[in-house]
Design a protein around this ligand. Structure first.
Ligand code: FAD
Ligand code: DLZ
Length: 460
């Protein structure tokens, strides 16, 4: 009996629920590059290269491990263009008696998966995606009856439930949160070690040529492609982060720099979101460094909170709130997204630096996203849906389940305060305190009015 196992582009984990559920001898794994997924927003070209290259590498690894893999390339003239059409055709082609898949991460794709049974005319079993630490049902249970859904409470619940950084029922170090220690600007002379760049191998170069030819008008450049595309590379990236940058992650977590792209951040989100790394192994690597005295508690707790806390929490919110979450607009903000979010020629050094870096790397760190790009959109009253679409396009780690709560909720407060206790609105003084952009800016951060006044001050 043949079982069709469709594996999506962000399900690149050897331990995926559907791969565990079906014996290798019965399975045909279907992986399909399709225009529907490549165009639901006009993704940054580097993200397209990353997803297709990682998919092709993963397919190779599966085949080497003895799986029968049916891989459908985007440039195959017989490609049907959508996941649903490819699944139905593959079920017929292989005479599949049933289909076993892992639930997608996004409402749109889950709705498509629910139609596969009718399209393929064989039973479809959809398994929970257990690559997260908290499933949507457990989150809904935690949320039930609470007046406010605060990340900090969720995080403490998760620390207690998992025992991570716990000493019995108390947090190691006597505090749950070391945020107050983690707000230092980068001192002059301190050079953050650059995050490793994984140059494109032959397979990635082939994908690059395809993406350049087929998506000539999409935002973003591919020349500086740097992403890990295999689990082995992602493990190297994790190891390099833990040994070279984790110890200072906490101190400079909120810093901004006109010179350094990644500071002490991990640059691991894209690999985690694709499934090349599991969140628990990333947390465990950081906690091991703490116990080995290779990194202090403020760094390790700060890092763990991002993954055990924020990442799981925003996913919980995404599934709890449903598909209309992306349309929330509590402040009735209506201004269109300014062109300079694409061109990077606003004249504001912080914003233009973030856009330029985003174009080159498909990456900006959290404070650039929140306090520069998001903050400007908030204080300028930009339509949240337009901001949401921009963020979904431009980052290599962008998938709606994680991007939308961060943009609509955390950054723009457009959900009316469901996710965040207060809007992250700040004037130029904050940007000046946390980094050196203002020195390179044509605007005056000290001025509150007049033609040279920093626009963040004027709008705040
Ligand atoms: P680090 O600073 O090293 O953090 C470690 C890890 O923690 C990250 O790799 C990520 O997995 C996780 N993490 C940290 N903060 C968050 C958060 N707020 N939500 C979820 N996970 C978090 N993250 C995405 O993965 N995809 C997105 O599309 C995305 N869009 C964002 C949009 C806005 C407006 C904001 C404010 C944040 C967004 N984030 C998004 C969260 C965060 O900015 C990125 O995860 C982070 O910048 C990725 O870089 P890093 O791997 O170096 O993270
Ligand atoms: C992001 C993406 C892209 C660009 N292309 C594909 C694809 O061709 N085939 C595929 O299976 N998955 C792709 N993905 C990832 C999906 O969009 C992702 O599974 C959903 O957004 C759910 O998170």
């Amino acid at each position: 009996m043949t079982v069709l196992v469709p594996v999506l582009g962000d399900q690149l984990s050897h331990g995926l629920a559907s791969l565990r559920a079906v014996p290798r001898s019965e399975a045909v794994v279907l992986m399909a590059e399709v225009m529907e997924e490549a165009t639901y927003v006009p993704h940054h070209r580097q993200k397209l290269v990353l997803v297709f290259s990682a998919m092709r590498h993963f397919a190779r690894e599966l085949a080497a491990a003895g799986w029968r893999v049916d891989y459908r390339r985007l440039d195959d003239p017989s490609n049907l263009g959508s996941l649903s059409a490819e699944v139905a055709a593959a079920a017929r082609r292989h005479g599949a008696a049933r289909i076993v898949a892992t639930l997608a991460g996004e409402h749109r794709v889950i709705a498509a998966q629910r139609g596969w049974q009718a399209a393929a005319r064989v039973p479809v079993e959809l398994l929970d995606d257990d690559r997260f630490l908290v499933c949507p049902d457990a989150f809904a249970h935690w949320a039930r009856g609470r007046k406010r859904l605060r990340m900090e409470e969720f995080y403490r619940w998760q620390r207690t439930a998992t025992g991570i950084l716990m000493d019995g029922d108390q947090p190691i170090g006597g505090r749950w949160n070391f945020d107050a220690d983690n707000r230092k600007p980068l001192p002059p002379g301190l050079e953050p070690p650059p995050a490793p760049a994984f140059g494109p191998d032959a397979l990635t170069q082939e994908v690059m040529a395809m993406v350049e030819a087929r998506f000539p008008r999409n935002f973003g450049r591919t020349e500086r492609f740097h992403w890990p595309v295999t689990r082995a590379q992602a493990l190297t990236a994790l190891d390099r982060f833990v040994t070279e940058r984790l110890a200072r992650f906490g101190d400079f977590q909120d810093a901004l720099s006109h010179v350094h792209d990644t500071l002490f951040h991990s640059v691991l989100s894209a690999a985690i979101n694709l499934g090349l790394l599991g969140p628990r192994e990333v947390i465990d690597a950081a906690v091991r460094a703490f116990h080995a005295r290779a990194a202090p508690l403020n760094a390790v707790e700060g890092f763990v909170r991002q993954i055990l806390g924020w990442r799981e929490y925003v996913r919980g919110i995404y599934f709890l709130e449903g598909p209309d979450y992306v349309r929330r607009n509590a402040f009735a903000a209506r201004r269109p997204l300014p062109r300079f979010y694409w061109t990077g020629d606003s004249g504001m050094a912080c914003l233009d630096r973030a856009v330029a870096q985003t174009r080159e790397l498909a990456y900006a760190h959290h404070i650039q996203r929140l306090m520069v790009l998001g903050n400007f959109a908030l204080v300028a009253g930009i339509d949240p849906f337009e901001v949401h679409e921009w963020f979904l396009v431009v980052y290599a780690d962008a998938y709606e389940w994680v991007e939308a709560p961060n943009v609509i909720g955390m950054s723009l407060h457009a959900d009316g305060g469901l996710l965040g206790s207060k809007p992250y609105a700040a004037s130029g003084a904050y940007l000046h305190r946390m980094g050196d952009h203002c020195r390179h800016c044509r605007y005056d951060v000290a001025a509150r009015s007049g033609p040279r006044a920093c626009p963040f001050n004027l709008l705040y």
